[in-house]
Design a binder for this molecule. Sequence first.
Ligand SMILES: [Zn+2]
Length: 378
Amino acid sequence: MKKDYRICTRCIADTTIPGITFDENGICNYCKIHDKMEKDYPEGKEARKKLEELVRKIKASGKGKRYDCVVGVSGGRDSTYLLYTAVKLGLRPLAVHFDNGWNSEIAVTNVKNILSKLNIDLETLVVDWYEFKDLQRSFLFASVSDAEIPTDVGIFGTLHKIAAQEGIKYILNGHSFRTEGIMPISWTYMDGRYISSVQKKFGTMKLKTFPNFSFWDLFYYVFIKKIKSVPLLNYVEYKHSQVEKILEKEAGWTYYGGHHHESYYTNFFQSYFLPKKFNIDKRKIEYSAKIRSGQMERPLALKEIQAIPYPYEKELVNYTISKLGFSQRQFDQIMKAKVKTFHDYPSYYPIVKVLKPVLKLAVKYNLIPRLLYQKFFT
Ligand SMILES: [Zn+2]
């Protein structure tokens, strides 16, 4: 362990996260963000009041239409629970699935089961595999820890595109700061320009069908189409252990053994690529969130993180290498290549920094979520 290693006294975030800071009591900046978010999304009576108001607005926006909101589904726990919650609240969601070619069989079955149990319509966007594969390869060549953002941005772009097409004003997102935590910008940064610039540098083809998300898209969807993205799970009680039981019983859902492991690529990415190449263990973020929200004991989290390296399956690694068309030698070179960050490639980040005062105001007036702002400026 390095000499200047430090770990938060409240959660388990530590100095493997570049840019982490600690106060005089040894509490990290991510714990501070959590406390601020607790104020934005309080629990109990106040949460119920806020939720009722939100549901009323969503229903009103969908009057006379077939759907009143869009929900992205992956077969994972968060999105399945989000869909389940939306229906229980009396909303009429359209489910949207971004099929990037890496679905596990469990994921596909999970999606099918929940849709038929709750009688929900689905729209699926199947990526052009050759183009998407080329983009995934480009991000691995770029040697950055953001190599899973083609999927994240693709989902974001698809949800907005379909919401606009269907005249739907609300997109529900399944992020919960109490269970999922706050991802450090030094571990994951994403924007549409970053995607284009990495593809331009390392790709062998132009992105023609990939649903990228540029500043112009943001402007169009938010200010012209007036589409809002709402973190619904932040308003409801969300405890993994309870939720899993409910979903198994009510939605024919099966667990797949790891956070976001419903996708073969995400599983490879989190269990092998990030820990081996970047010394990034995303469990630290999830466990820290659960410690802060009273769902996990700190000693247990510490024990698991320190004693057990992120478990991975060799077979899955081989499958990923071959599906992406790499030779073993090429892949070894990728794993050994010097680590880079998003600062090494053109992105919107310099503009975002200049816009800091404007964004601060936007948070104050609830135009953008605090989480987004905190991610950039802490
Ligand atoms: Zn902390």
